[in-house]
Write a protein that binds this ligand. Sequence first.
Ligand code: PLP
Length: 448
Amino acid sequence: NSSSDASHQSSTEHPSLEHFWMPFTANRQFKANPRLLTKAEGMYYTDIDGNKVLDATAGLWCCNAGHGRKEISEAVSKQIKEMDYAPSFQMGHPIAFELAERLVELSPEGLNKVFFTNSGSESVDTALKMALCYHRANGQASRTRFIGREMGYHGVGFGGISVGGLSNNRKAFSGQLLQGVDHLPHTLDIQNAAFTRGLSHFGAEKAEVLEQLVTLHGAENIAAVIVEPMSGSAGVILPPQGYLKRLREITKKHGILLIFDEVITAFGRVGAAFASQRWGVIPDIITTAKAINNGAIPMGAVFVQDFIHDTCMQGSNELIEFFHGYTYSGHPVAAAAALATLSIYENEQLFERSFELERYFEDAVHSLKGLPNVIDIRNTGLVAGIQFSPNAQGAGKRGYGVFEHCFRHGTLVRATGDIIAMSPPLIVDKREIDQMVNSLSDAINAVG
Ligand code: PLP
């Protein structure tokens, strides 16, 4: 059959790797020994040599509904035929408004306005600018400082790396980071909280450092605090019990906006639509991207409290209130993918599934305790981090070795330094969870 021959041929043809400068990748190492994916269906990728790879990462925390969803590809195809693109600057198209309305049905109370972006990094920049816009419109233009957190990841824009706290992402650009940014301490505490299931009892007091920063800089100079309710990219760092609530209390007391960066946690990852809902703390702004449309088309969204939006709607109604936006804000094809994705989440009750599977997933990942060099395991919803002590070859080598072994044996996990993160699509079943954990166990034993 010639058509299957053709598809077979295209999946085994290796392209030249010379010209694509790959993001967040050791390019020379990768190109010497590449890992190329060509297909995706359900819980599995297929690599270029035809091997099946179980996806324990939802791509890159994106594909919460699993891969190859027909509902999404059909919606995309229909929309692209009907209207491929239309601007959102002084023009509009119904599907973007429809999506905003659907999204606020899911969002925490009061966050009823949505600004569309194309990525998590853009969502973060948008949120930071909104905070400045709000304070200025509110007659408090001196509030320009931001407070982020050590080990935070907020994408790679200059705003995001400034409030972010991963030193490798900042060091090379340090001369040009935003002025007036300070950082809270991170909440990782292996000494006291290793192998905690869910949120630890230790560390809520780290939120009190915010009071010190307010004293140092003056509340009247601080625009916003931005944190991930759970840090994903730094290796699944959970908030201690009571910590987020304390941040909320202190920010409210001082008129400082609280931004939750939920680019990873929104859309079901931690057992609720938003981490804000799971942990019962409502911020003023929430940034999202990734799973908003199952990673199908680049898209992000910033959710905003009504009072922020309404304060910015000032002056003559002929004036543009917020000089900010992207050519592709509310892109109709990305919006169509998002609407189809939200329907899947709802019809298949995937956020509830993430919550219901939490205990099984937790038991499975914690069974890795006691394996060589495992120094911590952290989990919530359908996300887990497994941390190793570094080996003699240097930081990150053991984590990379485990990742690489898993991949070669048919499971895709994610390594951040010496931490392995697992964040499977929310359609995962118990057998697949077992398979992922077995694969990881074999890799940990083999790498040593
Ligand atoms: N914010 C958080 C919390 C993230 O985890 C990420 C990406 O992983 C981003 C922002 C950046 O998103 P993007 O890579 O889409 O710009």
